[in-house]
Design a protein around this ligand. Structure first.
Ligand code: AMP
Length: 424
């Protein structure tokens, strides 16, 4: 299967070729044909599956089939994303894939001055990518009118609900015209996220890229049982290894993220923290320094890390285990990208034992336990008391599959191991 088989138009094919993509990912294969036909879509997929191109490509194609004059503040496409980073990344995808088309896109989010955004809006934009707060703010001030929206994309619905955006999203939806296509994506459709999505879609095509498979194939996962107060020394010890070149560390709270970054800096490790209390400018600068290698370790909270798309993160360290197993999948999916092999180290203290159990149940994997010299009497004791995990011990090692084809094809095959299926 190639992009050509999907009836993608030439300007998009050229842009895809420049990116080095040779084969559509499963979600692209399944989502693009119905979207080109104008269907609504409900996708269970997370970052790393190629879902952004799965909606950006057909939207651009359908827009170019029907040219319309730009009007100030009145876009044809509206994409809502929960975080600024994800919004910026989606905007970048419109720029990348739309390189040979003449559409103008704009990304708007809070935490920065509205002046430049308002000025761009007044010149007219075709595609608007937004976080809910700033969008509503500018709508209320009369700078944005959603009456001409033809395509409405809601990305990461589950996260949107977790972050308390549901009322904002409903207000946005009520400002949309009656006739438009809706494309919704979520990592899970359990509970509220599913109910919410289904209530707004009209006979959608369902597409799913399996989240559990997506984590694992190219990532070497290990767990370190360690006392809470020995986590710093364990982290410093690990960071003395030279192969830990670009490391993303997850902490549970903003405060802990700051403390870990400061501790690392004191120990002469180039590190910084990124979380919701930092201004947008600080976050952008920190991301840039991490991307360019000026800092070696980025300490993040879950929400701030959404949308981080840096290809060569060598290691993800869960300084704290997440209390939601799905977050583990999101976190470790930041490493092992673009054909590289990744490593995920998780620190587990006594009070985090149950989180580890949840993760192993979700991923159906027993994570390999790594021995070390730091204090871990308490988690070990908790381990001894706990019943055995129902899963067979299975140590997942980095898999180097043998793949025929060009380097691009090999990279794609290695990095996008998802299974996917469709139901109409
Ligand atoms: P996403 O899931 O949209 O965040 O995409 C994850 C990564 O996959 C991005 O870095 C894309 O550039 C990349 N990607 C998307 N589609 C393909 C493809 N067909 N082949 C190879 N890489 C892709």
């Amino acid at each position: 299967m190639s992009f050509g088989n999907l009836n993608i138009i030439d300007p998009l094919l050229r842009a895809i070729a420049l990116e080095g993509y040779t084969t559509p990912t499963p979600i692209q294969m399944l989502a693009i044909p119905p979207l080109l036909e104008g269907r609504d879509l409900l996708g269970i997929a997370q970052t790393g599956t190629g879902k952004t191109a799965a909606f950006v490509l057909p939207i651009l194609q359908r827009m170019s089939a029907e040219k319309r004059a730009r009007q100030p503040g009145s876009p044809r496409v509206l994409v809502l994303a929960p975080t600024r980073e994800l919004a910026a990344q989606i905007g970048q995808s419109f720029a990348t894939y739309g390189k040979f088309l003449r559409f103008r896109h704009l990304v708007i989010f809070g935490g920065v001055r509205q002046g430049p955004q308002v000025s761009m809006l007044s010149q007219g934009v075709d595609i608007l990518v937004a976080t809910p707060g700033r969008l509503l703010d500018l709508m209320n001030q009369g700078y944005i009118d959603l009456k001409r929206v033809e395509f409405f994309v809601l990305d990461e619905i589950d996260r949107m609900l977790d972050m308390g955006f549901i009322r904002d999203v409903k207000r946005v939806v009520s400002a949309l015209p009656e006739k438009h296509s809706s494309l919704f994506f979520s990592a899970t459709l359990n509970g509220e996220a599913g109910e919410f999505a289904r209530s707004l879609l009209c006979d959608p095509v369902h597409v799913e890229a399996s989240p559990s498979a997506s984590t694992l194939d190219s990532i070497d996962q290990q767990v370190f049982f360690v006392d809470q107060n020995s986590k710093n020394s364990l982290l410093l010890d690990l960071l003395s290894r030279e192969d830990m070149k670009r490391v993303l560390v997850f902490a549970r709270t903003k405060h802990r993220a700051d403390r870990v970054a400061q501790m690392l800096a004191k120990n002469r490790i180039r590190a910084d923290a990124i979380h919701g209390n930092k201004s947008q400018n600080q976050r952008t600068k920190t991301m840039e320094r991490f991307r360019s290698g000026q800092i070696r370790v980025l300490v993040a909270t879950d929400i701030a890390a959404r949308g981080i798309d840096i290809d060569d993160i060598t290691h993800v360290v869960n300084y704290d285990l997440p209390n939601q197993a799905e977050s583990y999948v999101h976190r470790i999916g930041r490493t092992g990208r673009a054909g590289a092999c990744g490593n995920a180290f998780s620190f587990c203290s006594a009070d985090e034992r149950s989180f580890l159990g949840d993760i192993e149940r979700l991923t159906r994997e027993k994570i390999e336990v790594r021995e070390h010299k730091h204090n871990h009497s308490r988690p070990k004791a908790a381990l001894a008391k706990k019943p055995q995990s129902p899963y067979k011990p299975h140590v997942r090692r980095v898999q180097q599959r043998s793949v025929e084809g060009s380097p691009g094809e090999q990279a794609t095959a290695r990095r996008i191991p998802h299974q996917a299926w469709v139901a109409c």
